[in-house]
Ligand binder design. Sequence first.
Ligand code: PLP
Length: 474
Amino acid sequence: MATTTAVPGWLQAPADANALAEQVWPIGAHRDDAGRLVIGGVDAETLAATYGTPLYVVDESDARARARRLLAAFESAAASVGTGVTVYYAGKAFLSSEIVRWVTGEGLAVDVCSGGELAVALAAGADPARIGFHGNNKSPAEIERAVGAGVGAIILDSEIEIERVAEAAALAGRVQRVRLRVNSGVHASTHEFLATAHEDQKFGVSLERAVELGTRIRSHASLEFLGLHCHIGSQIFDSAGFAESAERLLAAHAELARVAPLPELNLGGGFGIAYTSADEPTPIEQIAQGIADAVASACRDHGVPVPKLAFEPGRSIIGPAGVTLYTVGTVKPVPIEGGWRHYVSVDGGMSDNARTALYGADYTVRLAGRVSDELPALVRIAGKHCESGDIVVDADYLPHDVAPGDLLAVAATGAYCWSLANNYNHVPRPPVVAVRDGRARVIVHGETVDDLLARDAGLTATRTAPNSTGGITA
Ligand SMILES: *Cc1c(COP(=O)(O)O)cnc(C)c1O
């Protein structure tokens, strides 16, 4: 995580520390005449004054535009090789009823990976037949709920789960559609991929057992086998890893397809986005075409028809649509090799954005309430938590006069920030506000300290909740 060298190699001091690099901010983000950052037609100062900080802001038009663009890219690539495609929005990136309505409204299906996410998708009115249910340890209750709701596919993650889902479906008197998650041995991230015979991780079954377990699935009258599934990583910038993984899967797919029709191949998500001005992911149209071509060519080699494709993007739809606003509390210059680093502490931190502490993620920060002509200063945006790893932005530049009371915006926080939010140090989770066409509205309420106290059983004697263990009375 925190770098040992003072400044990461990719980071250049900007000519203008107020500039908004197009690829990291929501579409149409700009500064108004007063220098304030404007997102979805609403300025950051008004948002902060209305809803307080920290504040998650999501640009609805941006998220919808990305969903449309992804769908169009995959549809056109699939059509070029004579097949169709389903694009699932991976709800774990950020799920709320509003988000479900946006993505389904744009023609996407939805992936969930817990009973809670399933409940949100269903409550939002998603078509159960267009929901995929993931997870390496779905509880019997979750399986029962998913089968009962009629979800379009359950992604089987282990040998044990084949039997569990078959039994649950038989008991419910249903035929459940399923996919088999396979570990292709390919693990990809940003600029490279690693291809091994086995991958030492918890998801999926190994590739060499795919045919055997696919055959097992087919032996159950209560299961309908749709095809193989694979998810090779996250924040991937090109198609090479997907192509390698698809080629490996196709051997098993072809063997199964020779016995009986195997209609689909699901290649997961993981398409990368720009978090900083140094990030340049390949356009999704090119990635989609690269994958479709690799699948088509492998199908030709194996002499099987090109299956219907499926993908599961999360980050690449909602990530760039989100921005987090913070207020600066303190600024502290610290001497480092060759100069100074300004620790700028804000009113949130690892409770609203765990990714920097968790993965060493990089982000971009800008002044959101004004511009300044001062020279750029190297900054590290720190949170308010009692933990030295509580960093929001490891390294970027802000105008030298950044000061307490300044409003800051951190870009590309739409994915895996709200969904990973926590109450460390009893800090309440911020609300989420959607902006569009100059209007803002709350789509997820924030928490208050009273909300936190309400869960403390020592303070609320009579609360009973479905999940509480309850009391044992003699
Ligand atoms: C996390 C995940 C995704 C989404 O990944 P992104 O990087 O957000 O696109 C898709 N499919 C599966 C199975 C996942 O676990």
